[in-house]
Design a protein. Structure first.
Length: 378
């Protein structure tokens, strides 16, 4: 049978809180690694209080990000706890941390010294704005990175107040980049026997998400504006309001645009208008074209739009609310909802040999593994 825990045997120490480091730890735990989550004995991970809703005393946000881990509480200011932390670092394959700048150094943990003493260790830093530059000492959260990287400048609608992406896109992306860097370092270690220092930040992740808009600016000087549900480079590629709801239509090339005009009543002449034949021209004529499509869609229900477009294989889908997504047959069919602690949670978005990796574990209560660790290291 296929091994569904490819990282079994890997021990990772998570000195993290909130989203970025815990999400990296979650990915690794789901892949089979042993993830030891070190928390402040007084407060624990801040995400424990990010509610309602709460489940078994902790916020569902915490449960969603910390399944399959062990929890150890340590007071870094306590000599015995600091000694235990250093021992755990020395016995781990990797460390992930997103504590505020300078905190670990304050308690005698310097990454250069740690790597010198533990040459096979993979140390992963997740910062806010990077290790150098005028913002390097500034604390940061996901919305600050969305603001400074330009993401918020292209999100929402033109001439409206700023809008952040509705999920922690930058935090979770930083966790993903951390895992990618860690796995690359792990592969390299298998060849040369040496550890590595992996570094990323929320700001760098935000800039990476902005690759296309920043490239457009570099070449043309264009400063992108928000287009709501639409895309700056492709038309039509946005949500349209039907008579009973919204439908997303993505006519991503000229051929699909032609099919769209064949599929929807009232757009035949639009499809024959050579001014709209090429996407580069449709982008320029967006203000004239979009109202014509809006008028056609408004005459139909979401189901009617979907049926018409599906018949011509034009990409489309209804806009679903969270409850609709949770119960949608496609969500069920792909098996992404995994069980942990008796409840269902969203699992990793990939499979290995048709099996979705999962620890099957629950999120730990604060300090759940204290006794076991202290007995082992007394």
């Amino acid at each position: 049978m296929t091994n569904t825990a490819p990282l079994r045997g890997l021990t990772v120490l998570e000195l993290g809180h909130s989203v970025a480091a815990p999400y990296a730890g979650l990915i690794l735990a789901e892949l089979g690694a042993r993830v030891i989550k070190v928390e402040n004995p007084a407060t624990g991970d801040y995400a424990r209080g990010w509610g309602p809703p709460f489940y078994k005393g902790d916020a569902t946000a915490f449960h969603a990000l910390n399944r399959g881990k062990e929890s150890l509480t340590l007071d870094f200011a306590d000599a015995a706890d600091a000694s235990l932390l250093k021992r755990l670092v020395g016995e781990s394959d990797a460390v992930i941390q997103n504590l505020r700048p300078g905190l670990l150094a304050k308690f005698g943990i310097n990454v250069d010294e740690v790597l010198r003493d533990n040459p096979t260790l993979i140390w992963c830093d997740i910062g806010a704005f990077g290790k150098s530059g005028p913002l390097s000492r500034k604390p940061g959260y996901d919305p600050l990175a969305q603001a400074t990287s330009g993401i918020m400048s292209v999100t929402g609608e033109a001439d409206r107040p700023p809008v952040r992406v509705g999920v922690s896109l930058v935090d979770m992306g930083s966790g993903m980049w951390t895992v990618i860097g860690l796995l690359a370092a792990l592969f390299q270690r298998q060849k040369n026997g040496k550890g590595a220092h992996v570094e990323t930040s929320l700001f760098e992740t935000g800039l990476a998400w902005m690759t296309i808009p920043l490239a457009a600016h570099a070449i043309s000087g264009e400063v992108r504006k928000p287009h709501g549900s639409a895309l700056a480079e492709i038309v039509p590629y946005q949500a349209f309001k039907a008579s009973d709801g919204w439908v997303m239509i993505a006519a991503g090339n000229d051929k699909l645009f032609g099919k769209l005009c064949q599929a929807l009543p009232g757009l035949k002449a639009v499809g024959e208008d050579q001014r709209f034949a090429l996407n580069r021209d449709r982008v320029i004529l967006r203000g004239e074209l979009i109202p014509l499509i809006e008028a056609a869609v408004a005459q139909l229900t979401v189901a009617e739009v979907s049926t018409a477009l599906d018949a011509f294989q034009v990409p489309n889908c209804p806009l679903l609310s969270i409850d609709q997504v949770w119960t949608h047959p496609q969500t069920t069919a792909i098996g992404i909802l995994t069980t942990g602690g008796g409840e269902k949670w969203v699992g990793l978005p990939f499979t290995l040999d048709d099996v979705r990796p999962t620890s099957g574990g629950a999120a730990p209560t604060l300090g759940a593994d204290n006794d076991a660790f202290r007995q082992e290291y007394q």
